[in-house]
Ligand binder design. Structure first.
Ligand code: SF4
Length: 242
């Protein structure tokens, strides 16, 4: 059965090879983070960051975004893909936030317990538990370990959990990630999933976690000749840049 010691071992191995990620000192407004994660759906972090920067350049306040026509918002964020769907969601989110809070700030959210933050944010259309968990970790600096499809895949391959979907993994990992390590483990697993433990053809032959990994097909993938991709792109994390 997996326990905290197994997770700690993987955290240390990843930190030894990829470094210990440090969060920037400046805190990001939770609403900025929500819009950023909406923009990140179905695209890579660099393109969603470009879309975010262009949106903020054209409309420096969320009030201006809310007042802009959907088509103009779509034009500003087109580099991030799915511009029509995302622009509609952004506008709807801003309208609802303004209706609920009387401003374009999620006032009081920083005083809520983690579960309350998650239930508050996931009540908005297009905001899932992963986004809410990212707001908790990246914006509110809580000890929360967000799980996306990539982290779900890796945690299962490593044998840390045996779950069917990211939500189950999120719940199962809550008691396993040691205090103070949520950001490091999340960040390094994202990097690791982009360069080594790929979804389709994991590079098990070059994997630093090979000996400890519980993936039943690791020997098969270890024989494949695939180079580990550059870390230049894998290190860019949208949520660190908003
Ligand atoms: S051995 Fe393969 S499956 Fe296991 S963590 Fe490494 S790359 Fe992923």
């Amino acid at each position: 059965m997996t326990n905290e010691h197994d997770v700690t071992r993987f955290i240390h191995l990843l930190e030894a090879h990829l470094g210990v990620p440090r969060q920037k000192t400046k805190r990001t407004e939770p609403l900025d983070m929500l819009i950023g994660t909406l923009l990140s759906q179905n695209t890579n972090d660099r393109n969603s960051h470009r879309a975010y920067i262009e949106l903020r350049r054209r409309y420096p306040t969320w009030k201006k975004v809310a007042e802009a026509p959907v088509g103009a918002i779509a034009s500003a964020i087109r580099v991030g893909g799915m511009k029509n769907q995302k622009s509609g969601r952004i506008k709807a989110l801003l309208r609802t936030v303004h209706k609920d809070y009387g401003s374009y700030r999620l006032r009081g959210i920083e005083k809520m317990m983690n579960d309350e933050v998650i239930s508050t944010l996931t009540a908005y259309h297009g905001i899932g538990f992963k986004t809410a968990a990212c707001v908790l970790l990246f914006s509110l600096r809580r000890e929360v370990f967000p799980v996306d499809t990539h982290i779900h895949r890796i945690c299962n391959r490593l044998g840390l959990v045996k779950t069917k979907n990211p939500y189950q993994t999120f719940e199962a990992m809550k008691s396993l990630v040691p205090t103070g390590k949520s950001y490091s483990f999340h960040t390094n697993l994202i990097r690791f999933g982009r360069t080594v433990c790929l979804a389709q053809r994991p590079r098990c032959g070059q994997c630093l976690l090979y000996d400890a990994c519980g993936f039943s097909e690791k020997e098969k993938f270890a024989s494949g000749k695939t180079a580990v991709s550059s870390r230049r792109n894998s290190d860019f994390m949208l949520l660190d840049e908003i």
